[in-house]
Design a protein around this ligand. Structure first.
Ligand code: GLU
Ligand code: ZN
Length: 506
């Protein structure tokens, strides 16, 4: 049997960590078993549907590089993959349950249902949900009310008695992760609506009909759906269908033990993206939320994860989302990128920060600027944990830094006069860094500086400090020798001269 799994989001919000974790586990499971991963849009809640969220779904997964084998945008043998295009099918199946006496029509108005709720509240009653008011309306009355044009919904008739055992009914199922689960039918959401009065199905009906006809073999979904599963099992039974294997995934919590949400930090993928996370880091980290891969390592490619994943490796305990750990992953993936990749990934932030002096107009970035920017990736790769950190550290390569205050140039236990002399020493070396007009390597430059310090009997650090401040505008900067090499002799000398002027002016 080929495994078929699905991600079935409702486009009523932005894609968030919990959702992509569900999608990812399904994708990994399909890959680990050579099965198929299906995307199905559960857009039956028309009041909360927004095309913006549907677009966000496609954009998010494109960015993550996770693709489905079948779905609304690529179709497949079980099309359509959008529930709003399958309404007839749900109506037909609701009709089938009505005929079999497994469902019934409810003529209650929203006002009546609201009154039941309010009365119970006033009485401090423990009862919730529908009061099964229409469960026993006889067929004649039913016909008459339909003919009279009354609105109705179709509700599932949850069996309350087990005639075989002469007891109250219990629904049992197995969850691959949580084991055997049983639920008293009297505790299940009482006779939930399957078909709304506008003819649209509810989640429960559409989800079951689709999982059945799309031949879904395994349902891996968030644990918050666990309470719906007894209901779904009853529906499968009512139809006479075999339910799929259920596996409810461990919850994702914030550090405070509460369900991960905006309060903890970024939660939507959009926001992670805006903050400068890489898709690979997010995938790698998310795939570890509630699953142990048993390999002694942290970094996994998507393909490796797809090889190692198994529902047997899922943890029962909730996973805690650790932003610090994710930051570490992001840094690791930044280190793995080539100069070209990193330059292109971080370019939007470079432009936004006005790095090239062209404001927010990306078309004005010149080839020369891009070449320098690309080469500069070597200077920051080891130190950046987020993409926007990259251009933020490189301003001094693209525009003249403000000459810092005099004190900044003065090494410890030194004075302005000595700083001037040290910087002069640095200046004298510049031409040697560019033999035949071309820059020496960083290592060669370093050796020259070391020799000079020795020859002049000054501390290497003292020699470098005023030079670093003059050239980069700061005591803390990306590597100095590489900066000198990229800036070129001329630009270095201009900066050194301005600094010398400042230091010599006292
Ligand atoms: N449409 C449901 C959701 O939004 C699907 C739940 C399920 O996987 O059954 O998550
Ligand atoms: Zn009713």
């Amino acid at each position: 049997m080929i495994t078929r799994v699905r991600y079935a989001p409702s486009p009523t919000g932005l894609q968030h960590i919990g959702g992509i974790r569900t999608a990812l586990f399904n994708w990994l499971f399909a890959h680990s078993t050579g099965g198929k991963f299906v995307l199905r849009l559960e857009d039956t809640d028309r009041t909360r549907y927004d095309p913006v969220f549907e677009q966000n779904l496609y954009d998010t997964f494109k960015w993550l590089g996770i693709y489905w084998d079948e779905g609304p945008d690529i179709e497949g043998p079980y099309a359509p993959y959008v529930q709003s295009q399958r309404t007839m099918m749900y109506q037909k199946h609701a009709g089938e349950l009505l005929e079999k006496g497994q469902a019934y029509r409810c003529f209650c108005s929203p006002e009546r249902l609201e009154k039941v709720r309010a009365d119970r509240e006033a009485e401090k009653s423990q009862e919730t949900g529908y009061d099964r008011h229409c469960r026993n309306i006889d067929s004649e009355e039913c016909e008459r009310r339909i003919k009279a044009g009354e609105n109705f919904t179709v509700r599932l008739k949850i069996p309350l008695n087990d005639p075989e055992n002469n007891s109250s009914a219990i629904t049992r199922f197995n969850d691959k992760l949580l084991g055997d689960i049983e639920w008293k039918n009297s505790d299940i959401n009482p006779d939930p609506v399957l078909l709304k009065s506008d003819g649209f199905p509810t989640y429960h009906l559409a989800n079951i009909v689709d999982d059945h006809f799309m031949e879904i073999t395994h349902v891996l979904r968030a644990q918050e759906w666990l309470s719906s599963t007894p209901l779904h099992v009853i529906l499968y039974k009512a139809f006479g269908w075999e339910p799929p294997v259920f596996c409810h995934l461990p919850m994702v919590m914030g550090q405070d033990g509460k369900k991960l949400s905006k309060r903890h930090g970024a939660a939507s993928v959009d926001e992670f993206r805006r903050q400068g996370y890489l898709a690979e880091a997010l995938i790698n980290y998310t795939a570890l939320l509630g699953c142990s891969y048993e390999e002694e390592k942290d970094i996994y490619t998507k393909e490796e994860l797809g090889k190692f994943f198994s529902p047997d490796k899922l943890n029962k305990a909730p996973a805690v989302f650790d932003y610090k750990k994710l930051e570490w992953y992001n840094g690791q993936y930044i280190r793995m990128k080539s100069n070209e990749e990193l330059a292109s990934l971080s370019l939007p932030w470079a432009i936004e920060q006005g790095l090239f002096g062209t404001g927010k107009d990306s078309d004005k970035t010149t080839e020369k600027e891009m070449e320098l920017y690309t080469a500069a990736m070597d200077l920051v790769r080891e130190r950046a944990n987020y993409l926007p950190d990259i251009p933020a550290k490189l301003g001094y390569l693209f525009s003249e830094p403000v000459v810092p205050a005099v004190e900044e140039f003065i090494p410890k236990k030194s004075d302005q006069k000595s700083a001037y002399a040290l910087l002069q020493m640095g200046k004298d070396m510049i031409p040697a860094f560019f033999p035949d007009g071309k820059a020496a390597t960083d290592e060669e430059i370093e050796n020259m500086v070391k020799e000079k310090a020795e020859k002049e009997s000054v501390k290497l650090g003292d020699l470098l400090m005023p030079l670093r401040v003059a050239i980069t505008g700061s005591r803390v900067s990306p590597p100095l020798f590489a900066s000198i090499r990229l800036l070129g002799a001329e630009r270095c000398l201009v900066r050194i001269n301005s600094a010398l002027k400042l230091l010599g002016s006292a």
